[in-house]
Design a protein around this ligand. Sequence first.
Ligand code: AVJ
Length: 321
Amino acid sequence: SRAENRYDPEAEARTQRAALLADAVAGLTAERKTLPCKWLYDAEGARLFEDIIRLPEYYPTRTETAILRGCAAEVAALAGPGAAVVEFGSGSAEKVGLLFDAMERPAAYVPVDIAPEWLEEGAARVAAAHPGLTVLPVVADFTRPFPLPRLPRGTPLLGFFPGSTIGNFTPDTAREFLRMAGRILGPGSRMLIGADRVKDQAVLEAAYDDAAGVTAAFNMNLLARLNRELGADFDLSAFRHEARWNAEKERIEMHLVSLRPQLVRMAGRRLRFAGGETIHTENSHKYRPEGFTALCAAAGWQAERHWGDADGLFSVWLLKQ
Ligand code: AVJ
């Protein structure tokens, strides 16, 4: 019934807390301590991330936006008139408007996000900016298969996955995600993806450890969140943020470093930290064009076109299957 399908914020909060607890226990009792990066984005984390994208050192967002502005007309022409856009992890949907501004009679916008509040906000923003556009939001975890809403037969489909979010996957998981997206979108579809590039280590490390300390606060908020939501007793002054370039895996890693040996209580458990031991909180993989093309090919996608900036910082890829 309708009532059973209705979004219940309290039930959702309980489910989220249980999932956070399960991930925190598994991740913090492991040999190498980790926490999944998705937990960085509670209300406070989302607010800090909005500050990150405006930092002078954090080049990805402004670079990708400029590239999208420049390639939107070409993407729109290749996607064809009457195409629908499916955005994976749409969040606040800040960038997709650049595509709709350029597209001819788009059939629909299908934003997909696991967070219903963000999904509705983004859907409403796009609907308001593009009167007449059909907006069909889907609440789903975009890393797992989900059914697309009904669209007119023969509607060309364009997947959209900006922000270098693909960099948060390991290459193996990224390949699985691209395969799944290919199955959802179907034969003949296209996918537009933003991927950050390998570059000078100092530029990368500054982008993830800014002078104003916003990224440090974003990372440290994860410990504050465990205190708030799981009643843990992390002493925030006994940890520090670190952004490390892993040269072998060509990725930036965010860690929280324990400044001394310590014992932390969380959900009836005692977590032991050695001095210098870290919690690995995020991977942000950087791609060379040849590596990204190979990854896509292994997932059944051909790179049709790609666009970049003059400094070679970031790439936007149009894939076709
Ligand atoms: C937009 C989620 C891909 O990896 O660059 C920014 C997240 N982490 N600063 C990225 C992030 C630290 C960001 N993603």
